[in-house]
Design a protein around this ligand. Structure first.
Ligand SMILES: Nc1ncnc2c1ncn2[C@@H]1O[C@H](COP(=O)(O)OP(=O)(O)OP(=O)(O)O)[C@@H](O)[C@H]1O
Length: 237
């Protein structure tokens, strides 16, 4: 096992009310793990619990986390970002008044890295002078992903990249995740509700229900039909 991020016994609660119990995952470089589950299943809480809540937030997490072989004693989004783990949050925040180029330049350590990241997102490259507030939903997700990549993470956690987007755009974004795992060797854990688009790109799948992982496995081992029928409703792949 060559896990770059390892999580065991993660619990997440809000004001003492548990939202996630006993979560575990191992992420290896170059792999894409998709976390599926209905609204309220605990996907966002799991990802937030891994990176840690900020003081003032109601969420609390507990568990054993190892990043690059080192135990993470008090997870905090900023320290983990510096250590190589980025969370692209649901309804991520981009600065709507700044152009795409201004935001990329703010974060990019070098122009070469900015150009390298833009190669993944030709649509963004075409919209460099556009204010982020005028981008489409899919383009905003691309910008948020590009900004995360400029911090050169080793592990990417992605929350609902597909939220509110048309299936064609979702497929495109999922292909970016696949390529980032394949080309850059990133270990990616992405929570999503777009089942068929997620299954099309995943190496492994975790299904969450009511705060628990209720099914998981490599994509070729998983009883997809059974999981769909039991936990995810009637959508067919
Ligand atoms: N800030 C919060 N305060 C209190 N309870 C919360 C908070 N955030 C989430 N919860 C609760 O935790 C549980 C899991 O929610 P979570 O958002 O993690 O699920 P999810 O699978 O990401 O759902 P969705 O797909 O709708 O975002 C739900 O019962 C939710 O009501």
């Amino acid at each position: 096992m060559n896990a770059i991020l390892s999580v065991r016994d993660l619990t997440v609660s809000y004001r003492g009310v548990p939202a996630v119990t006993g979560y575990a995952v191992d992420l290896e470089p170059g792999t894409l793990t998709m976390m599926l589950g209905r609204n309220g299943a605990g996907k966002t809480s799991t990802l937030r619990g891994i990176v840690g809540f900020l003081p003032g937030e109601t969420g609390r997490s507990n568990g054993r986390i190892e990043l690059l072989g080192k135990p993470v004693r008090r997870p905090h989004p900023l320290t983990l970002s510096r250590a190589g783990l980025e969370l692209i949050a649901e309804r991520n925040k981009v600065f709507t008044g700044m152009t795409v180029d201004e935001q990329l330049r703010l974060v990019a350590p070098t122009k070469a890295l900015k150009n390298q990241v833009l190669e993944y997102f030709p649509r963004l490259a075409d919209r460099l002078m556009v204010r982020a507030g005028l981008l489409s939903g899919g383009e905003r997700q691309m910008l948020a992903t590009a900004l995360a990549l400029l911090r050169t993470p080793k592990v990417l956690l992605v929350d609902e990249l597909s939220l509110g987007l048309a299936p064609g755009v979702v497929r495109e974004l999922m292909q970016y995740l696949r390529r980032l795992a394949d080309d850059q060797g990133l270990a990616i854990l992405a929570a999503d509700q777009s089942v068929s688009e997620s299954l099309a790109v995943a190496d492994r799948v975790q299904v969450m229900d009511d705060g628990l992982v209720v099914a998981e496995g490599a994509i070729d081992e998983l009883d997809v039909e059974g999981v769909l029928d039991t936990y995810l409703g009637r959508e067919k792949v």
